[in-house]
Design a protein around this ligand. Structure first.
Ligand code: PMP
Length: 406
């Protein structure tokens, strides 16, 4: 595969030129949010200054233009994940809202005593919405444990199904361990019991080619801000027949057919789930972010990131006391680690002083931290614009920090 032109790519992200603590910026926190190419930022400004008129409600030219832009993005997203129809693409505020939508809408169809299978490596966004369901009825969460190397205990997964299982909710890629879960196999297993599967794809869409039909996923959730796009926009993909069964998530404008005090009917998909004015400007710019990824190709981007991941891992393993969490054979995007018993927060603060931006803490995965018997890690993550020089700077800073902390 042809190498990426990193000089050209980096020039599209002016933010990379800024300094941190008077040092050149090395950004290793793209798993939290990735940077945005200038032409995506420019598209936001262009829409604001040319056709910021509310979507779907006007016959006038500006409203039509804004609507066309929003709907063009819906088609781009459909194509990007190979969904069958644009009716299956719902815009949300992010992965979190997409999962909350399913929890509150599909969840309302569940009965007392029914069960949902999740895993120990889930982000809080794929745990708490299911727990909230339990405020009104008794919904039981069954949890697939994580093995030492950061892979799921698949035997345990298979053993958790019974006649009360109504949903599986799993991440495609762990935001802490980087483990790429065998979601296609897990979905096939669940479908043998007629159980639908929601995949939290927040950490997968920018590193893997996603084909929701090939995976046979029933729901797939992700956020634009982790794929070089604007903040505050996400996508819920859902199979049409399931979305049709489900009641609306929120009420308001846009999601209705007709309203009277006697009876209200709902709009067709996907609008039934899109109450109120969406961030149509951001949605328009999201199309440009998808184009950016398509220009380089997700597979090529993934290969580049994998090289960086392997290069960093090799060098990190030469640092005395290094403890890397997550050594699954199928791994992408992130490396979580600690050095000896040093606190992740101290390491993060010192790395920042050297211009290295990493994330520290529990990464919104406290149940996983409890399983690992730690309270947090340092996490470095990679994106298209990172270079081997970034990794070298990171490793050299890490050695200095380890020495400083003794
Ligand atoms: N799931 C995973 C695996 C994540 O990494 C994140 C973001 N850290 C989320 C869900 C939530 O995404 P958002 O905050 O964009 O809704």
């Amino acid at each position: 595969m042809e190498n990426l032109d990193l000089v050209q790519i980096r020039s599209e992200f002016p933010i990379l030129n800024r300094k941190v603590c008077d040092k050149p910026l090395v950004y290793l926190d793209s798993a939290a949010t990735s940077f945005t190419p200038q032409y995506v930022v420019d598209e936001i400004a262009r829409v604001y200054s040319t056709c910021k008129a509310n979507v779907h409600r006007g016959v006038h030219t500006l409203s039509q233009e804004a609507t066309d832009l929003q709907e063009a993005t819906r088609e781009s997203v459909r194509e990007f994940i190979n969904a069958k129809s644009i009716q299956e693409i719902i815009f949300t505020r992010g992965t979190t809202e997409a999962i909350n939508l399913v929890a509150s809408s599909y969840g309302s169809l569940l009965e007392n005593g029914e069960e949902i299978i999740v895993t120990e490596m889930e982000h809080h966004a794929n745990i708490v919405p299911w727990q909230l369901l339990g405020h009104n009825k008794r919904i039981i969460l069954r949890v697939v444990p994580v093995k030492k190397d950061g892979t799921l205990d698949m035997e345990s997964y298979r053993s958790l199904f019974n006649e009360r299982t109504k949903l599986v909710a799993i991440c495609h890629v762990s935001n802490v361990l980087g483990t790429v879960n065998p979601v296609k196999e897990m979905i096939a297993e669940a479908h043998q019991y007629n159980v639908p599967v929601l995949v939290d794809g927040a950490q997968a869409v920018s590193h893997h080619k996603i084909d929701v039909q090939d995976l046979d996923a029933d729901f797939y959730a992700f956020s634009a801000h982790k794929m070089y796009g604007p903040t505050g926009i996400g996508v819920l993909y859902g199979k049409r027949h399931l979305l049709k069964l489900m009641p609306p998530y929120q009420g308001g404008g846009e999601m209705i057919g007709t309203v009277s005090f006697k009876k209200t009917t709902y709009a067709e998909l996907p609008f039934k789930f899109e109450a109120g004015t969406p961030d149509f400007v951001g949605i328009a710019a999201f199309k440009k972010a998808i184009e950016f990824m398509q220009r380089y190709g997700v597979e090529r981007i993934a290969e580049h990131e994998k090289e960086l991941l392997n290069y960093a891992t090799e060098q990190m393993n030469t640092i005395p006391g290094m403890r890397i969490f997550g050594t699954a054979p199928q791994k992408s995007g992130v490396i979580s680690f600690l050095i000896g018993n040093e606190h992740h927060y101290d390491m993060g603060m010192l790395l920042d002083k050297l211009g290295i931006e990493v994330r520290t803490g529990h990464h919104c995965a406290q149940p996983l931290m409890q399983a690992l018997k730690i309270d947090g890690t340092v996490r470095a993550s990679f994106a298209i614009y990172n270079t081997k020089e970034d990794v070298d700077a990171f490793i050299s800073a890490l050695r200095r920090v380890a020495a400083m902390l003794g």
